[in-house]
Design a protein around this ligand. Structure first.
Ligand SMILES: [Zn+2]
Length: 174
């Protein structure tokens, strides 16, 4: 699995937008790219990315929890950076963006998997994660400590656990 390019692109974007801080200010990162970010009544969708004339607008579900909204925005930023670059028109409509069983997704979900990997790297950069774990002396075998780490990064505990597994900072539960 080679997602180191995704990791580097996310890190570079964080550095360029002066956003390598916990919790990552994801809307600031989006605005750095010239994206408009707005809460919308989206029904059962989590988020949309609308690219018109090369300019992008992210809409996120106004009724979702803050951690979910943050992941959605980061996911749409991923689509913009990875899949809409240089395009005049593109539309992404996302239902449920974070899925636990990414490995079982089909090939045509490639863009969704990439956007999720980018979102995780953007909201939970490896260097900041390692620094926080060290600074706070967290025990990642302890669910309470993983929950605390998730709270500090303003992500869901599920997203944090999945990220820690991917970085092999904890063993997978499957
Ligand atoms: Zn998507």
């Amino acid at each position: 699995m080679s997602n180191s390019l995704t990791e580097r692109r996310a890190e570079r974007l964080l550095a360029e937008s002066d956003s390598l801080k916990v919790p990552v200010a994801v809307e600031k990162v989006a605005r750095h790219l010239g994206l408009i970010v707005q809460a919308r009544p989206l029904g059962d969708a989590s988020g949309v990315l609308v690219v018109e004339s090369g300019r992008g607008m992210i809409g996120y579900n106004a009724n979702h929890s803050q951690v979910r909204q943050r992941f959605t925005i980061a996911h749409e930023v991923g689509h913009f950076v990875l899949h809409a670059a240089g395009q005049q028109q593109r539309l992404f409509v996302d239902k449920s963006v974070f899925r636990r069983d990414q490995a079982s997704s089909k090939g045509d979900d490639r863009e969704e998997i990439e956007a999720n990997q980018f979102a995780a790297a953007l909201l939970m950069p490896e260097m900041l994660l390692r620094a926080e774990i060290e600074r706070l002396g967290l025990d990642l075998d302890d669910e309470v400590d993983v929950g605390e780490l998730a709270r500090r990064f303003a992500v869901s505990t599920a997203a944090m656990s999945f990220r820690l597994e991917n970085l092999r900072l904890i063993r997978g539960s499957m």
